[in-house]
Ligand binder design. Structure first.
Ligand code: IVH
Length: 669
């Protein structure tokens, strides 16, 4: 028996070794040897063995990278030492000034020049050689505990690769980033699902680290470069250059493009070299970081309130190109916003061929005096979509044409509206195909009609195959239509139809929110239901009636009135009515109106109730529960290990109560 266990142990260790080997091949060497599928099979074998023999599980097993249930929110971590940021320089002259400032304070310094990786700063703590926490920078003093997400990054060692006892407890800092190729893959997928694209690798990395479900984070294939060994002097390390070498030896991914420089001129040369080569890298950099190499000298130089005096960043100039603007198209976004986009004579910029650039809005076009047919300068400042910076008026021939934004939506032809400031132009038509996916997804959201099976991929197909013209048509889908769609069998279609049927019973506030009236969120929908007892009542309301309600102002009142005046609204309401969707306020919902509309938010774990139970108690006592902190909250209920909401609540001076005080409130009658 014991021998058997030994054999299993060997097998497990072999699998772990293989998986870590392939992690390195994929993430560090960028030379994968096996397919994702084969990799998943290895992982599956290991998970199965560890499940069967729990005594053989270890905290550094690669299976730990994909474990964990989705979180409700992140806990707050207080950084042992503030996470500083850097002052920026933009020219060689400014680097020389930096060198002069340093020389005034201390002599004989050398510099380390590193690439400035365009990602998200993180701090990693190891205890007893094992990764204990991973945290974001936050405001520098405290950040979010994103340990679960950090563990999914295959190049973050779960265990430090050494037996040297002195390195058992350390903190390192670095940059989590996403490769350019991976951003392309993610954006292609987002485009096919009709989701908004990430503008650059930094936003994508930040967005990925903020996800609450580690399984989703794992799919993003994030990466890391570690650049700092905290309190290195305590471990007998004397310089930054040495620290980088040791970090590498301990198993961390350290960027290889580092240079130890004797003089600032060498630094400048290295910066110029990388400014030219930056587009050849598989990840984005937005400049260089120059650090005084000797820790002893760093100590002498010290820090200001936000940044160290011993380091500086050198930002690259945004890359520009000259090209001809052939035409201006108008795109309709998923929220109905009309954006003018320049069609360009294709030109090479920052390593890619650019054919389009954004012009933002009519005001910008006028301010920059950009005309169709102009020669223009375009610029890419780390974003995927470049921007038209200016027109070259001296090159005009007289044939250039002035552009005006249309007053009809280019997708559906209905009249557009301008926002209060007159800058943002929108199409509000409920049947506009450019916005339909977004509107249906919103309609199906949990706080709206709660049709869980109506996910992005499915809605995309429904819209593309023209099975729906608006969200009202959802109620007229049948099993034949649904089962004809990709990845929809008989069973899943039946389930979805059931959910759709169930949604007809949703409460009036859910329906009002689901309608997608501009400026009417969940909270406003609840307030409306406090004041109107059916959808018809609300539809009949005059502006004066709406303005009498305490929390409703001019903008919201106008949005509601405009919404119900529209022909497309009339059509969709008719469909909902025909389907038998509930239009009335439910009377049974409130058992005892103890809380009288008071707004609650929860953070941390309660001893006696799950989050859902506590929310139900609040609702059935006539209160409301929200998930985002704002000044409109009456009570913040704080349980064990509260997250970032607690900090924000304190900042906003909200009333904070503990579980016992919450129970006392509920009991009062
Ligand atoms: S050192 C106190 N080195 O740039 C100095 N930072 O504004 C701490 N960054 O927040 C930073 N690559 O997120 C350092 N090689 C590198 C870096 C780097 C990227 C980021 C980091 C930091 C920001 C500085």
């Amino acid at each position: 028996m014991k021998q058997d266990l030994e054999k299993i142990k060997d097998k497990i260790e072999k699998l772990r070794g293989e998986i870590e080997y392939h992690n390195r091949r994929y993430y560090i060497d960028a030379m994968p040897e096996i397919s994702d599928y084969e990799y998943d099979l290895l992982m599956k074998d290991l998970i199965e063995l560890e499940e069967k023999y729990p005594s053989l599980k270890t905290p550094d097993s690669p299976t730990q990278r994909v474990g964990g249930a989705p979180l409700d929110e992140f806990k707050t971590v207080i950084h042992k030492k503030q996470m500083l940021s850097l002052d920026n320089t933009y020219s060689p002259d400014e680097l020389i000034e930096f060198d002069n400032r340093i020389k005034k304070i201390t002599e004989k310094v050398t510099y380390v020049a590193e690439l400035k990786i365009d990602g998200v700063a993180v701090a990693l703590h190891y205890e007893n050689f094992i990764l204990k926490t991973g945290a974001t920078r936050g405001d520098g003093i405290k950040g979010d505990d994103i340990t679960q997400n950090i563990k999914t990054i295959r190049t973050v060692p779960l265990k430090i690769k050494t037996n040297e006892k002195k390195f058992s407890d350390i903190e390192v800092r670095g940059e989590v980033y996403l490769s350019k190729k991976q951003l392309d893959i993610i954006n292609q997928e987002r485009e096919s699902k009709g989701e908004p694209l990430f503008a650059n690798t930094r936003n994508a990395a930040a967005g990925s680290l903020r996800l609450l479900d580690p399984k989703e984070v794992s799919k993003r294939k994030l990466n890391v470069f570690v650049y700092s060994f905290e309190d290195a002097v305590k471990y007998g390390i004397k310089t930054q250059f040495e620290a980088l070498k040791i970090l590498e030896k301990l198993g961390f991914a350290v960027n290889p493009n580092v240079k130890l420089c004797e003089k600032i001129e060498e630094v400048i040369e290295f910066c110029n070299e990388w400014e030219k080569k930056r587009n050849d890298l598989p990840y984005s950099i937005d400049g260089m970081v120059i650090k005084v190499n000797e820790f002893e000298k760093q100590e002498i130089l010290g820090v200001t309130s936000k940044s160290p005096r011993w380091a500086i960043s050198y930002k690259f100039k945004a890359e520009q190109a000259k090209t001809k603007l052939n035409n201006i198209l108008v795109q309709v976004g998923r929220q109905g916003t009309l954006t003018p986009v320049a069609e360009l004579e294709p030109v090479k910029l920052a390593g890619t061929i650019v054919k389009r650039a954004t012009l933002h809005n009519q005001e910008e076009i006028e301010r920059k005096d950009i005309r169709i047919g102009d020669w223009v300068i375009i610029e890419k400042a780390g974003e995927i979509i470049p921007e038209v910076i200016r027109s070259l008026k001296e090159e005009r021939t007289g044939n250039e044409k002035i552009f005006k934004m249309p007053d009809k939506c280019p997708v559906c032809g209905s009249d557009v509206t301008k926002d209060e400031g007159g800058v943002i132009i929108r199409c509000d038509n409920l049947q506009c195909r450019a916005q339909l996916e977004g509107r249906i997804l919103h309609f199906a959201e949990r706080d709206a009609m709660n049709i869980e099976g109506l996910g992005k991929a499915l809605v995309h197909q429904l819209v593309e195959k023209r099975m729906v013209d608006d969200y009202g048509d959802i109620y007229f889908l049948d099993i034949f239509k649904l089962a004809s769609l990709e990845r929809m069998g008989q069973k899943s279609s039946e389930n979805l139809l059931n959910q759709i049927k169930e949604s007809k019973k949703r409460d009036l506030d859910n329906l009002i929110y689901a309608l997608g009236i501009r400026n009417v969120g969940k909270h406003t929908a609840e307030i409306l239901v406090d004041n109107f007892s059916s959808l018809y009542d609300l539809m009949k309301a005059k502006k004066e009636d709406l303005l009498k309600i305490k929390e409703i102002g001019d903008i919201v009142a106008n949005s509601i009135i405009d919404f119900f005046k529209r022909k497309d609204t009339e059509k969709v309401i008719e469909k909902l009515k025909k389907a038998g969707v509930n239009f009335n306020k439910s009377k049974s919902k409130i058992i005892k109106n103890i809380l009288g509309g008071k707004v609650f938010i929860f953070t941390g774990e309660l001893k006696n109730y799950s989050r859902q139970e506590a929310a139900n108690i609040v609702k059935s006592s006539g209160g409301r529960v929200v998930s985002a902190i704002s000044k409109n909250i009456d009570f913040v209920v704080v349980g064990e290990n509260p997250g970032s909401k607690y900090e924000k609540a304190k900042k906003l001076n909200l009333k904070i109560i503990d579980e016992q005080e919450f129970l006392n409130l509920i009991k009062k009658s």
